[in-house]
Design a protein around this ligand. Structure first.
Ligand code: ADP
Length: 491
């Protein structure tokens, strides 16, 4: 079977309508939009384009299913999530290909994303049967305090294009485990992966109405009426800080529960005493995973002046060996960026840094031909006032600066409105703890470049957001605490 034929079959196998109430539907008025392959610029297929009326119908379906889903035994919810994990793993090749086709990353990276996503279903399946409460005597001894947790209710989940399976997976798995029904609005660049996930969840036994999917090119118009509807009780969003602010303002109207995974500007600090092999390895992962299109991507490299040249040289050697190409080609390490706008933004940031004195050690030039490719690039002597230091790059560019004291490194690292993750490489245990504690971020990669883990609380502080996904507290984002005061007069 040829690769092209397989791609056609995978795309052909996805339901391309709106999904709600357990049905696959056309959009009101029948409009559709094209999904592009960023490696070729070709349209893969057309998908139904939800209108605000469609979004409201999805909300109706989710609200109608809320009571019975909340009342579904936790073990039953857990089993559905476990079966979803198994289905994802069983169909890993097909799903990985779909991710690569619509998002661009290499097949190897897409496979890792499927595994990472599947693990959220397994993790939250395990969490579904461990929603604990407590029971205690009040201080006066005159009553009992019974604490229990209940599903928040219907949730709107809005996801970005860069990790099109894992971003919805960590929201959907947590919401379903808690007993919430939901409406998912995937990014218009990558709706197919979410539609595929929805059909797997249905196959795993998720009842109609619990999960409703509304692909749309009018995100703001379609979601605003939902945000204004008092039946919607929760918004979980992953995307830019700018859009997060809009949604937080909208959520304020009905005092809705919110979880926000917003932008990042991760510092990557290499101290003079770091294990340079580990630092370079960590840099490759933290920078190049997902083609640099990740909110946790290392954005600013701060390397101690004493090791900066050696670190840069080794990083440059590794970066220049990476093979850029169509993600479906087996030899590809680095696929295309998502679209022309993203590629042009990366080129602009590099141009600005060079104008301010940065030197290009490798990469730095947009290749000709089809697709939105940008080469792995290393910049040295990046000036502190460069735009690349202040803005999320979302591309395969490592911008290296130097420092001489720990204070200087921490001050520079924290000099941003973002606070998602920081990476730190040092062999000194005390320095490691001290600097990890001083980093203003929700997460720290200490001597490692890979921090994503379903059993860890993922999330940021400052303008990188609120709430945590995964870990022991991930399910709490979809639960309300209820306290029942019980009168017990006398012994
Ligand atoms: P990115 O720059 O990565 O595309 P965005 O924050 O623009 O990040 O988009 C993330 C998600 O938010 C996408 O699904 C997008 O369609 C959606 N989105 C964008 N603007 C709005 C909005 N005003 N209201 C609701 N959703 C939005």
């Amino acid at each position: 079977m040829s690769g092209a034929r397989t791609a056609e079959m995978v795309i052909g196998g996805v339901d391309k309508g709106l999904m709600f109430g357990g049905k696959v539907l056309e959009a009101a008025g029948g409009s559709t939009f094209g999904v592009e392959n960023p490696a070729t610029g070709e349209v893969l297929c057309e998908v139904a384009d939800a209108t605000p009326a469609d979004a409201m119908a999805a909300l109706d379906a989710a609200v109608a299913a809320q009571r019975s889903w909340a009342a579904t035994p936790p073990r039953e919810r857990a089993e559905i999530l476990r079966r979803t994990y198994e289905l994802l793993m069983a169909r890993i090749d097909e799903i990985a290909l779909l991710i690569t086709l619509e998002m661009g990353k290499s097949l190897a990276e897409s496979r890792s994303e499927v595994i990472y996503s599947a693990e959220f279903f397994r993790w939250f399946g395990e969490e579904a049967v461990r929603i604990n409460g407590s029971w205690k005597i009040n201080e006066a001894g005159t009553g009992r305090i019974l604490v229990t947790h209940q599903p928040v209710g219907t949730a709107l989940l809005i996801t970005p294009w860069n990790v099109p399976l894992a971003m919805p997976a960590r929201k959907v798995a947590a919401a379903a485990a808690a007993g919430c029904t939901m409406i998912v609005k995937p990014a218009p660049q990558t709706p197919l992966t979410m539609l595929m996930l929805a059909s797997l969840l249905a196959e795993a036994g998720l009842p109609p109405g619990v999960l409703n999917v509304i692909p749309t090119t009018s995100a703001s118009a379609a979601t605003r009426p939902l945000m204004e509807d008092r039946r919607l009780r929760k918004i979980s969003f992953t995307g830019s800080t700018e859009v997060g602010r809009i949604l937080l303002r909208q959520a304020a109207q009905n005092v809705m529960r919110t979880s926000m995974e917003l932008g990042g500007n991760a510092p990557f600090i290499v101290c003079a005493d770091a294990d340079l092999d580990a630092a370079v390895e960590g840099a490759m992962v933290a920078k190049m995973r997902n083609i640099g299109e990740a909110c946790i991507a290392a954005n600013r490299f701060y390397v101690h002046a004493g090791v900066a040249e050696e670190f840069t040289e080794r990083l440059t050697a590794r970066m220049s060996r990476l093979r850029v190409g169509n993600g479906t080609d087996p030899g590809t390490d680095v696929g295309p960026l998502i679209d022309a706008a993203q590629r042009d933004k990366v080129a602009m940031l590099v141009g600005d840094a060079v104008d301010r004195g940065a030197r290009i050690r490798t990469g730095g030039a947009v290749p000709g031909g089809a697709g939105y490719f940008y080469p792995p690039t290393v910049l040295r002597d990046v000036a502190r006032d460069s735009r690349i230091v202040k803005e999320e790059i979302f591309g395969p560019v490592a911008a290296v600066q130097t420092f001489t004291t720990d204070d200087e490194a921490i001050h520079a690292a924290n000099d941003t409105e973002f606070g998602l993750v920081g990476y730190l490489f040092t062999r000194d245990i005390e320095r490691a703890i001290r600097l990890s504690e001083r980093l203003e971020s929700g997460m720290v990669g200490l001597n490692r470049g890979y921090i994503s883990d379903p059993s860890a609380p993922f999330g940021g502080i400052k303008q990188s957001g609120t709430g945590r996904e995964g870990g022991d507290t991930g399910i709490d984002e979809y639960l309300d605490t209820k306290y029942i005061a019980v009168n017990v007069a006398g012994p």
